[in-house]
Design a protein around this ligand. Structure first.
Ligand SMILES: Nc1ncnc2c1ncn2[C@@H]1O[C@H](COP(=O)(O)OP(=O)(O)O)[C@@H](O)[C@H]1O
Ligand SMILES: O=P(O)(O)OC[C@H]1O[C@](O)(COP(=O)(O)O)[C@@H](O)[C@@H]1O
Ligand SMILES: [Mg+2]
Length: 526
């Protein structure tokens, strides 16, 4: 089998852009869940849910050219935009003068990354199409990051950094490393745009000059030095403001909404034929960006969530028939709830939006809670925020300033229903509810999330192996409309539209979710 050999199911494959196939890449082996037959039903429903409204690509395997067509399509989708696409006369400067022609030869070792070096998206060789996870064909590779030709002279650069959306542990670490690395490149004009995109239009908000001195210790606290916000000016107003300020390098830290904005800014700059590099840094505590192994902030969130879960456990355990309910973040997906439940080992029931459940009825959550109280005297439930979208809750149609649906509070709802249920049955239960969202989001990044950033300062020569530095490379190298992330443990560039096509979600057939079920011991609630 070569790298592109398909694992075919009924002649059709899921396209690599679906969240399902993304996760399928990470799950392998042949774990057999005892509740598998029931789960198959759930699985079908989930597959339908996961595919709703998404562009489905099908491949005609009877076409002898399917492979090259597929590869061409993939190449086109994952080609990373470059300034020279529209500015044909943009000239480059070599990063080092050590090489003839300004760029190292491929013939001998030189320590530089070649433009054609790639990271494989899929690293598992499936022996058969029926192997667990073998549901997509190999979607190919991404570009590796690294030192290369630069299209911006440091003295001509005015770089701006903006942080948008909700808080996420690690924002300050990233701001700090971008500033430090820009200074290492020799950039003198570095500014922060205050309070997200709003800072481009609000005349009361002055841009913040940034330097190593200013950012030296900011990683020691959570939040964002620059402030964050949702909503803000139109893309056209943002680009007008960038032109007025002379910003030609923009680093945008944010989630899927922010990246949609970054891509639109990049497109607008292209339309105006501006020599501007717009580079995203994925900030999503929810870990809901496609194709990336993990985004910063997520580890810290899982770790901090342990404290809330432990408190809920202690409260529940110390009360007569105590029930602790913890609601964890995740606007579109249950990653935090799943991993925190798994890591804590203290959760009896984990509810995530990707897996349907009934609250009431003989197989519902409430009946199981009663069983747990009878059997072991207490129980702890972890529920993902996104379940607030369920029909269970009254719809308000409210949206926040960015246009995100404002979710009902599923934690409060489950708490109330639990109280009602036990009151109705006459069975005593003491229900406690914890929502640690803002305590988690405001935390300083833990060692894992902050490591690569902090590492930079001490080990400058290892900079090329770190996330943030490479992301600065991307801008200097003339790429725009790109973002960076870890794919199969390597740092690579992605074209923005591919990673925000839809939110990444938990695969209910993945080993991780099955492990979570094994850890909680919960049945299917349907
Ligand atoms: N489709 C879009 N096009 C342009 N800007 C967007 C888009 N979606 C969101 N934004 C802007 O991105 C910023 C952050 O978006 P938001 O959804 O709140 O957070 P996040 O980036 O963390 O998902 C907001 O200022 C919002 O106005
Ligand atoms: O109260 P806020 O600021 O609207 O934030 C709530 C949202 O922020 C998050 O923690 C992160 O969301 P973003 O990635 O969009 O910033 C979500 O899990 C949650 O729904
Ligand atoms: Mg978002």
């Amino acid at each position: 089998m070569d790298a592109l050999s398909p694992t075919i199911k009924s002649g059709l494959v899921l396209p690599p852009r679906t969240a399902r196939s993304d996760h399928a890449l990470l799950s392998f082996g042949s774990y057999k869940n005892p509740n598998h037959s029931k789960r198959t039903r759930i699985r079908k429903r989930i597959e339908v849910k996961a595919q709703e409204g998404k562009k489905q690509a099908s491949i005609d395997f009877s076409d002898p050219d399917w492979k090259s067509k597929y590869q061409n399509d993939f190449e086109a989708r994952f080609r990373i935009p470059h300034l020279t696409d529209v500015l044909h006369d943009a000239v480059s400067t070599p990063v080092s003068s050590d090489f003839a022609e300004g760029y190292p030869s491929d013939e001998e070792w030189h320590g530089y990354i070649n433009n054609n070096d790639r990271v494989l998206l899929k690293v598992i060789h499936y022996s058969s199409p029926t192997s667990a996870g073998a549901e997509c064909i190999d979607p190919g590779w991404f570009t590796v990051l690294g030192p290369r030709k630069i299209y911006f002279k440091p003295e001509d650069v005015k770089a701006a950094i903006v942080t948008c959306g909700g808080l996420c542990p690690g924002l300050n670490d990233v701001i700090r490393q971008i500033v430090i690395t820009l200074e290492i490149y020799g950039v003198k004009k570095i500014v922060g745009i205050p309070f997200g995109y709003r800072g481009f239009s609000d005349s009361n908000l002055a841009e913040m000059p940034l330097s190593r001195k200013v950012v030296q210790n900011i990683h020691l606290s959570g939040g964002s030095l620059l402030g964050v916000s949702r909503g803000g000016p139109t893309v056209s107003d943002i680009v007008d403001s960038m032109e007025e300020r002379g910003i030609n390098m923009l680093f945008v830290l944010g989630g899927n909404g922010t990246h949609a904005g970054a891509n639109a800014i990049h497109e607008e700059c292209r339309k105006r034929r501006l020599k501007v590099a717009v580079v995203g840094v994925p900030k999503t505590i929810d870990n809901d960006i496609l194709l990336m192994d993990k985004t910063f902030g997520f580890d810290t969130a899982v770790e901090e969530a342990q404290r809330a879960i432990n408190s809920a456990y202690i409260e529940a355990h110390s009360a007569y028939h105590g029930i602790g309910i913890v609601k964890l973040m995740g606007r579109s997906s249950g990653f935090i709830a799943m991993q925190a439940s798994l890591a804590s080992g203290q959760i009896d029931i984990c509810l995530i939006p990707e897996v349907p459940f009934n609250l009431h009825g003989p197989h519902g959550v409430l009946n199981h809670l009663k069983y747990l109280l009878e059997r072991k005297g207490s129980a702890v439930v972890c529920v993902a925020e996104e379940l607030g979208r369920l029909d269970l809750l009254e719809k308000t149609n409210a949206t926040d300033a960015s246009g995100n649906t404002v979710l009902g509070d599923i934690g409060v709802y489950i708490q109330q229903e639990t109280k009602k249920f036990f009151k109705g049955t006459g069975f005593p239960a003491d229900v406690k509810y914890i929502d640690p969202t803002y305590m988690i989001r405001a935390c300083r990044a833990n060692a894992s999330d902050g490591f690569s950033a902090l590492f930079l300062v001490k080990m400058l020569y290892l900079l090329i192996y770190t996330h943030m530095f490479w992301q600065v490379h991307g801008a200097f190298a003339g790429y725009s409309g790109i973002t960076v992330g870890i794919c199969n443990t390597h740092y690579v560039y992605f074209p923005i539209p591919e990673v925000i096509a839809q939110p990444k979600v938990v695969d209910p057939n993945s080993r991780m979710w099955h492990r979570c079920l094994t850890s909680t011991g919960q049945p299917d609630f349907i």
